[in-house]
Design a protein around this ligand. Structure first.
Ligand SMILES: Nc1ncnc2c1ncn2[C@@H]1O[C@H](COP(=O)(O)OP(=O)(O)OP(=O)(O)O)[C@@H](O)[C@H]1O
Length: 326
């Protein structure tokens, strides 16, 4: 278990982490989300004793990181996959870590096998691809067989097979009763991996809740419709007090009505429907909704934030809906 109590970090005038209090529990994967510059890495660095808090406290199973004698046996972390001695082989890199943490040499071959790097164990890490570097970093985190694992952007640079692998690895570690804390910008991936979410914005806690509740509380559900008689359908809905918004590609979106109600209205007026589907917003949309106020780095463009992982498109859709609703 990782417990944060009023954790705060200032860099000069900048408050990077602002009075964060939450607990990361064992047995589930906890996702750590926030826009760029929200304070995720700084928080993780304080958890590992790499940055000293300005105020507040963080405890690993009840103890401060620097009170733990062989920390790799308690908490394994992947923070920056490039932070390793590139001149050493993968095997020797892990062996050095093992020796300084009282971990038997036999464990090195085991974790190399777990991450699929046995064949390149004798190769120098500086020749590794980004994905291989990530795998080696993950091997380092697993080396001490710790009960607590922390991964900062673990799927960076991994191909689809690698992403699938790390997803199953994290779920498997949590299923063994371990504490798994992971940050990622890939919302679709996080939605598949995490059971619980901690969301921060500008250093402050915005949400600490289950994945399902987060999406329910921070997004809209609506009904999507397609009809060859779109204009007529729109009129019928309007007369029934149900505003429908054009959403492009010949679709209409309806808020505040159940699909049964919309379908029955269409039938009463003999209107043909090609689609009638209830929609729940994705984690990405819920995240955008919650963090819209606290995004620190906006692109200066007419069309919204940069289109990283499709966020720009999501943003544009939200703007259309907001305008239609106002
Ligand atoms: N050593 C430092 N000195 C000064 N400011 C810092 C330092 N480290 C981080 N910051 C600032 O603190 C804030 C939080 O940064 P941090 O890297 O923790 O955010 P993040 O959520 O991990 O961002 P990203 O998603 O972009 O990696 C940012 O405004 C950053 O510029």
């Amino acid at each position: 278990m990782i417990e944060l109590e009023g954790l705060t970090k200032r860099f000069g005038e900048k408050v990077a982490v602002n009075h964060l209090t939450f607990t990361v529990r064992p047995g589930v994967v906890t996702g750590f989300l926030g826009p760029n510059g929200a304070g995720k890495s700084t928080t993780m660095r304080m958890m590992l004793g790499l940055d000293r808090p300005t105020a507040g406290d963080v405890r690993i199973d009840g103890r401060h990181y620097d009170q733990i004698r062989h920390p790799l046996k308690y908490i394994g972390a992947l923070l920056d996959a490039k932070a390793m001695h590139g001149g050493r082989s993968a095997f020797n890199h892990l062996l050095c870590l093992a020796q300084s943490n009282g971990i038997p040499k036999s464990r090195v071959a085991e974790v190399l096998d777990t991450v699929g790097l046995t064949a390149v164990a004798k190769k120098k890490a500086k020749g590794f691809s980004l994905g291989m570097g990530q795998r080696l970093g993950i091997a380092g985190a697993l080396l001490g067989d710790p009960q607590i694992l922390m991964f900062d952007e673990p799927v960076n640079g991994l191909d689809p097979e690698g992403i699938h692998w790390i997803r199953n690895l994290m779920k498997g570690l949590a299923a063994q009763g371990r504490t798994v804390f992971v940050s990622s910008h890939l919302m679709s991936e996080m939605a598949l991996t995490a059971d619980h979410l901690v969301v921060i914005g500008q250093g402050r806690l915005l949400a600490d809740t289950s994945m399902a509740d987060f999406i329910r509380q921070n997004s809209r559900s609506y009904v999507r419709l397609r009809s060859p008689q779109q204009e007529r359908l729109r009129d019928v809905l309007r007369q029934a007090g149900i505003p429908a918004v054009e959403a492009g590609n010949g679709t209409l979106e309806v808020d505040g009505a159940r699909s049964e109600q919309v379908g029955e209205l269409a039938a009463e007026h003999h209107l043909v429907l090609h689609e009638l589907s209830p929609q729940q917003a994705s984690l990405e949309e819920a995240f955008m909704q919650l963090t819209a106020e606290s995004v620190e780095y906006h692109a200066h463009s007419e069309t919204g934030p940069p289109d990283t992982n499709g966020w720009g498109e999501q943003w544009a859709r939200q703007q259309r809906r907001t305008k239609a609703g106002s």
